[in-house]
Every structure is written in structure tokens, then in C-alpha cells.
Design a protein around this ligand. Structure first.
Ligand SMILES: *Cc1c(COP(=O)(O)O)cnc(C)c1O
Length: 365
């Protein structure tokens, strides 16, 4: 296997053809021409079949080490997984500290369909898994950055007859490959670091289990939550720089985490790359690189607002993993975090510029 930089540059590209582009442009088609004798072939209709989408799926599949189905958003992928695997009377285990719309979906739609939910903190303790059909973990968890051991959780889930799915959004497949660690399924939002330009919504499910892949594919074809061809093409184009982007984001996060930790006016600094962070040990063992996302507390909503206004480089924005450094006070979205809790997503700007800007903004806030 080649290095990460080489891998992402070549992932999912067709064989070179003279006169053709490296990455063919998006194919926009609802129906395609059919062969009047043979009928539908590889491309019959756009909902099940699109070559641009297949190219992206091949690329992400090679990174995750599995078969991939792309969806219109991370939530479309996660709900596709939950609704195609779970049936009335089943129990699902979800993170109590993970992406909160997933919990909201479980407490609304899933409950109404007769599916019970057990919420468990990412850092443990793990609940008893007897009678559980599916365990979904998010590691590192967004936004609190706790982690859990994927292999150990996979073993426990399998011993109880349950499936394990891992939300790999924050890590990206260059950060960890959950299928190799024993997970049955990966779900992720491609909206964040995977595509990284803050201009695409995307999601995917990955698996090596043909039956599960079949269920997911049928679900997507029948419910229709596909990403458009242009978004798939933008995403595939963006993948080529994933290694470079993550490298700079991680370096920026390391410098910023060290700076924040030395300040007495910033509390609760979390970054899994800090040796005394509660997530450090598992990350060091399980992850190939540490994400460029960190969190801290500025004490209250007012100070966060002053900090954001005083900064010239940090955009006030939700989402994370993009080229631009951004910060989000999660409580403004109804998340159950503290009023002054900030998730900072490090972009790819120069480290010295970010440190200087953040220092001034904190001093002035
Ligand atoms: C953003 C996010 C999602 C949802 O993805 P969308 O593309 O916004 O639908 C799911 N899981 C995690 C961990 C996320 O950060």
C-alpha cells in the first residue's frame, strides 16, 4: 500500500485515457440512453446509477477498506443505516455525547417505530449488550472528543450478537479504519474534513458484508437520498488534498492546544493529541493521526462572542474540518454543552498567524 498522500491523489481515478481528464467531469443524467435490444446496463436511471458517484464511492471505499454507498448527507447515511438494520422490538446503543440529531432521531422516529435506545457515554462505562441489535459509536465523539476502543467494542458487540457501526466523521479514513478494527459498518458525514472545503453536504456508509451492503443499497434506491453528480465530483476532487489538509490541521491543533493550555483564562482544553488528555492513550494506539478539532470553555456566551468578534481569522461557524479555522459555541444549537463551550476547528492557515490572532482575540475578550 502506498502512502496516504499518494493514495488520496489516485483514489478512484479511472485508467489514463489519452485526451481524457484525470478525473472525468460530473455526469448529469436522470435517464440514460438504453440499448433497445439488451435493455438497462450499468446506467439505466440516475437514482440507482451514476458513474460520477461510483467514482467517488470507489475512492472512499479504497480509503475505508470496504464497499461504499454515498448519501446526500451524513444524516441521510446514518438514518439509512438505522432504518435498514433496526426493526420493531430491537434495541440500539447510541453515544450520549455524540452528534445530537442522531439522538433526537432515536428519541422520536425510532421510538415511534418500536425501537428502544440505550444511551452510553463514549468514554464508558459500556452498558450490557444482551439483546442489543446494533451498537453505534462515535470516536472521537463530536463535540466532546472522548474516544473508545473500536476493537474491544466490536468484540463485545459480536459476543452479544450485535452489529457494530462506527461514525468515522471526525477521524476520517486517514485517521482510522474501523472496518479493519472489527466494525461491521462505518457511517460518516463527508461534509466535514473528508471534503474539507465547506461547500458540499455528503454522507456514506461503508461495509465489507454483502448482505448489509445489499440492505443499504436497496434502502437508498427506494428512499432516494442520493447526492447529486456535481457534489460527488466536488467531493472526489477535494479528496486528493486530504493528506495535506489533515497534516496542517493537526499541526495547527497541536500548537493551539499547547497555547490554550498555558492560559489561566481558558478551561477544559481537550485535544486527544495532548499527552495528558483522557483520550490520548486510546488515540495513540488506535488512530493514525489526531484530528484538527479541539474544544475548550471560555466561561460564558458573552466571552465567546467577544472572542469571535476580536479574532480576524477565526470564522464563527458550525461544522468543522474545513480549510478555514472556525469556532462554534455549541449551546446555541440546543446541544447539551456548557454555555461557554467552544469547538474550534483548525484550518490550514499558517500556524504562527493563527497563534498570534487567537492570542490577541483571547487577550481582548
Ligand atoms: C456532521 C455530523 C453528522 C451529520 O452529517 P451531515 O452531513 O451534516 O448530515 C454526523 N455525525 C457526525 C459525527 C457529524 O459531525
Amino acid at each position: 500500500m502506498s502512502g496516504d498522500g499518494t493514495h488520496v491523489v489516485h483514489a478512484g481515478l479511472p485508467e489514463p485515457v489519452p485526451g481524457q481528464p484525470f478525473l472525468p467531469g460530473p455526469v448529469f443524467a436522470a435517464p440514460y440512453h438504453l440499448d433497445p435490444d439488451a435493455g438497462p446496463g450499468l446506467n439505466g436511471y440516475g437514482r440507482p446509477d451514476n458513474p460520477t458517484r461510483r467514482g467517488l464511492e470507489a475512492a472512499v471505499g479504497s480509503l475505508e477498506g470496504g464497499q461504499v454507498r454515498a448519501f446526500a448527507s451524513g444524516q441521510a447515511a446514518i438514518t439509512a443505516l438505522l432504518l435498514s438494520v433496526l426493526r420493531s422490538g430491537d434495541t440500539v446503543v447510541l453515544p450520549s455525547d455524540g452528534y445530537f440529531p442522531v439522538r433526537a432521531f432515536a428519541e422520536g422516529t425510532l421510538r415511534d417505530l418500536g425501537v428502544s435506545t440505550i444511551l452510553a457515554p463514549t468514554a464508558g462505562p459500556r452498558p450490557a449488550l444482551d439483546g442489543v441489535r446494533l451498537v453505534l459509536i462515535e470516536t472521537p465523539a463530536n463535540p466532546g472528543l472522548d474516544v473508545c476502543d473500536v476493537r474491544e467494542t466490536a468484540d463485545a458487540a459480536h459476543a452479544a450478537g450485535a452489529l457494530l457501526a462506527v461514525d468515522n466523521t471526525t477521524a476520517t479514513p486517514l485517521g482510522q479504519r474501523p472496518l479493519e478494527l472489527g466494525a461491521d459498518l462505518v457511517v460518516a458525514s463527508g461534509t466535514k474534513a473528508l471534503t474539507g472545503h465547506s461547500d458540499v453536504l455528503l454522507g456514506y456508509v461503508a461495509t465489507n458484508d454483502d448482505q448489509l451492503l445489499d440492505k443499504i443499497t436497496t434502502w437508498r434506491t427506494q428512499t432516494g437520498g442520493i447526492p447529486g453528480a456535481f457534489d460527488c465530483w466536488l467531493a472526489h476532487r477535494s479528496l486528493a488534498t486530504l493528506d495535506l489538509r489533515l497534516g496542517r490541521q493537526t499541526a495547527n491543533a497541536a500548537a493551539i492546544a499547547a497555547m490554550l493550555r498555558d492560559r489561566s483564562d481558558v478551561t477544559g482544553v481537550r485535544w486527544p493529541g495532548l499527552p495528558d488528555d483522557p483520550s490520548y492513550e486510546i488515540c495513540a494506539r488506535q488512530m493514525r493521526r489526531i484530528p484538527g478539532v479541539l474544544s475548550f470553555d471560555l466561561g460564558g456566551a458573552d466571552r465567546v462572542a467577544r472572542f469571535l468578534k476580536a479574532s480576524a481569522l477565526v470564522f464563527a461557524a458550525t461544522s468543522f474540518g474545513g480549510l478555514h479555522t472556525s469556532a462554534d459555541r455549541r449551546a446555541q444549537w440546543g446541544d447539551d454543552t456548557a454555555e461557554g463551550f467552544v469547538r474550534l476547528s483548525c484550518g490550514i492557515e499558517d500556524t504562527e498567524d493563527l497563534i498570534a490572532d487567537l492570542t490577541v482575540a483571547l487577550d481582548r475578550s
